[in-house]
Ligand binder design. Structure first.
Ligand code: COA
Ligand code: ZN
Length: 399
């Protein structure tokens, strides 16, 4: 999609790019940037045009204020640091080095010989140690990789329906393909394709079949995100023995129960599985009142961390979790999640009688998954089964 550009500015760009750059290849263009500008960290507006004209004579056609406005590059009012606070100071309009460098980068993409390298390095220096960067700084970081590989495209903001569409295309001295489409005499569309441009590979969104994480293939940020997400999820998909849980299972009278008194690591383990349950069933709300840093201290809540009775993963491995909620004089099971490899191994069945003893003829939050409905049909009480019959069938697939 091309962005809308003011018809006036597009006309100026058309005039400029239609000419030859009188300074192309001129040695003077390689003159280093003035040290005072670098030391100051700001480029005054009166300096900007000179900097650009040094390497591209065609810039004289452009209204630079209009151009920066279009590119959303912000001017700031700056002052020389006053020696006396009571003294007056002269205000000057200026761009930070990073914003000026970004302007040069964008102009190069638009077909001008702005030689951004003069400024890019200086524009990046100030933010070297900061954890966050502006959009201009982002453009500078990626500049060495993206130079002359970009496609720039803009469409006039003026409604102009009459007249013939006339294409005017040429290749400039750098090798960029400049493509104007005129409507009558007015330029209406502009596309500038860098000499090293490659059509980007389509971004494919994939879902990892193991951890369920959705990410964009080929995007390094996406790969990093997936790697950490995969490791997090695998910790409860293929659980490793937890030493503290192993000890607790041996020594504690009620080792699986997770309430206010239970250690925070148990709360975290339940929290992770509550998140996974929410993700698997695409629910909007997390049914666990704790977080990574906070215990679930609600009196109404009883969580359980379910130990591996089969010794598949070793003593102290947690193969699932569930949570009950107390309301009025009733308890209900809010959710239960057993890791896929341990489903149909009797994890829930072996605890069911105990749950019924503690929580009475408890209800189960609907909708039930197919697996849970099958479970209730086999092990549920008469009332639970009756309740199940009254529920419309779910669309969830069996897991
Ligand atoms: C539903 C769930 C909690 C069942 O726990 P479980 O420990 O796997 O169940 P059990 O092994 O104790 O199953 C006991 C019996 O219930 C029935 N059952 C359980 N899961 C079943 C399934 N997927 N299909 C058919 N019957 C099933 C069977 O009769 C089973 O006995 P069997 O294996 O000897 O035939 C578990 O599969 C799970 O976590 N699923 C994903 C999350 C989920 O669905 N949560 C419930 C939301 S309401
Ligand atoms: Zn994964």
């Amino acid at each position: 999609m091309s962005r809308k550009i003011s018809a006036k500015l597009l006309e100026q760009i058309y005039q400029a790019l239609s000419e030859k750059n009188g300074r192309f290849g001129d040695l003077a263009q390689y003159a280093p940037l003035d040290d005072t500008i670098i030391a100051r960290g700001w480029v005054y507006n009166i300096e900007l045009e000179d900097l650009l004209l040094a390497t591209d004579s065609r810039v004289a056609h452009l209204d630079l204020n209009r151009l920066t406005e279009y590119l959303e590059i912000p001017w700031r009012t700056v002052y020389k640091r006053p020696r006396y606070l009571s003294a007056g100071a002269v205000a000057t309009n200026a761009l930070t080095l990073a914003d000026a460098a970004c302007l040069f980068v964008r102009m190069e993409e638009m077909g001008f010989d702005s030689h951004p390298d003069r400024l890019v390095e200086h524009g990046l220096r100030a933010q070297k140690d900061l954890s966050h960067i502006t959009d201009s700084e982002w453009a500078l970081l990626s500049y060495p990789k993206r130079r002359l590989k970009e496609e720039f495209s803009a469409r006039s903001d003026e409604q102009n329906d009459d007249g013939e569409w006339i294409p005017r295309n040429w290749k400039d001295a750098v090798g960029r393909r400049i493509e104007f489409t005129l409507m009558g005499k007015q330029p209406h569309l502009l596309t500038v394709i860098g000499p090293k441009y490659r059509r980007p590979a389509p971004q494919v969104s994939t879902v990892c079949p193991t951890c369920g994480c959705r990410y964009t293939k080929g995007d390094p940020e996406g790969a990093l995100f997936h790697r950490s997400e995969h490791a997090r999820v695998m910790r409860f998909m293929n659980p490793r023995p937890l030493a503290a849980f192993g000890t607790r299972l041996e020594k504690h009278a009620d080792p699986e129960l997770v309430i206010g008194d239970s250690p925070i690591w148990m709360h975290r383990e339940v929290h992770q599985r509550a998140l996974q349950f929410k993700r698997e069933f695409q629910y909007d709300f997390l049914q666990w009142e704790g977080s990574l840093r906070k215990k679930n201290l609600r009196q109404e809540s009883h969580g359980y961390l379910l130990a591996d009775h089969t010794h598949t993963y070793g003593p102290g491995a947690a193969v699932g979790a569930c949570a009950f909620w107390h309301e009025g004089d009733k308890w209900r099971m809010r959710w239960i999640w057993v890791c896929p490899s341990m489903r149909r191994s009797g994890v829930l069945a072996r605890r069911w009688a105990e749950f019924l003893q503690r929580y009475g003829d408890f209800e189960i939050d609907t909708p039930l998954s197919d697996a849970m409905a099958a479970f209730v049909n086999k092990h549920g009480t008469a009332k639970q089964k009756q309740y199940l019959q009254a529920q419309p069938p779910t669309e969830s697939s069996d897991l």
